[in-house]
Design a protein around this ligand. Structure first.
Ligand code: SF4
Length: 226
């Protein structure tokens, strides 16, 4: 499979946020989100076999733990990434898959936690989520909405209340971070004020989690491999 990088950091954008995690970042993406901070994944990378990826994960996490398969869009390499995820599960790792949900998720091993980043309108990729993927989600999975405006918030709210009502997956609303942010590590780089987002969630009585890309607040925002 085509790999951009494999590295250890803290998981930053889900209910697993804050836990040590090895990231397996695959190359290639078929979307072009306006606030994407991973454009370096669109091209390049190196061919690695499943055994080579597993050996690197084992080197970085000798006592097992959390592994996130991400990108780019990892499900573009479904034929290779599905057996990799199953093998990591079988070896005793807890495996997360970060995906836009634009590709079918029915073949993802059931033990893998799917973190599905449903694109909101301001990303420029709204409407790309494949509705049929809702039936592939379980109570372990998470729907994530990266929000850059009130319009995005209303899209996410209506999605949770109408499209995904009755869904067992939990939901996270996360302020989008400016992709050109550098220097300071504060909320001034968020495209929507977290306080506004918190107050909208509370005013609408939504049962969703407010999330942050915590790595942006720990390390220099433009740093890769964290
Ligand atoms: S899906 Fe992810 S990697 Fe692809 S353009 Fe959007 S934010 Fe970037």
């Amino acid at each position: 499979m085509q790999i951009i990088e494999i590295y250890k950091s803290l998981q930053g954008e889900s209910s697993y946020a804050g836990l040590p995690c090895v990231f397996v970042r695959l190359a290639g993406c078929n979307l072009r989100c306006a606030w994407c901070d991973s454009e370096y994944t669109f091209k390049g990378g190196s061919r690695m076999t499943q055994e080579q990826v597993e050996a690197e994960v084992d080197r970085l996490l000798p006592n097992k733990g959390l592994v996130e398969v991400t990108g780019g869009e990892p499900m573009l390499q479904e034929r290779e990434v599905v057996p990799l995820m199953q093998s990591l599960v079988d070896a005793g790792y807890s495996v997360l898959l970060e995906t836009s949900g634009e590709r079918p998720l029915t073949n993802v091993p059931e033990q893998v936690v799917k973190i599905v980043d449903v694109k909101c309108p301001d990303s420029g990729e709204g409407g790309t989520f494949l509705p049929g993927n809702l039936s592939a989600l379980t109570e372990r999975d998470e729907l994530k909405f990266v929000i850059a405006s009130r319009r995005d918030y209303e899209f996410a709210r209506d999605f949770v209340l109408e499209v995904a009502s009755g869904q067992r997956a939990s939901s996270i609303f996360s302020p989008a971070f400016r992709k050109d942010a550098t220097g300071s590590r504060g909320v001034e780089h968020c495209l929507v004020d977290p306080r506004d987002l918190a107050e909208w969630i509370l005013a609408d009585n939504l049962n969703v989690r407010l999330g942050f890309q915590i790595h942006k607040f720990i390390w220099e925002p433009s740093l890769k491999g964290v």
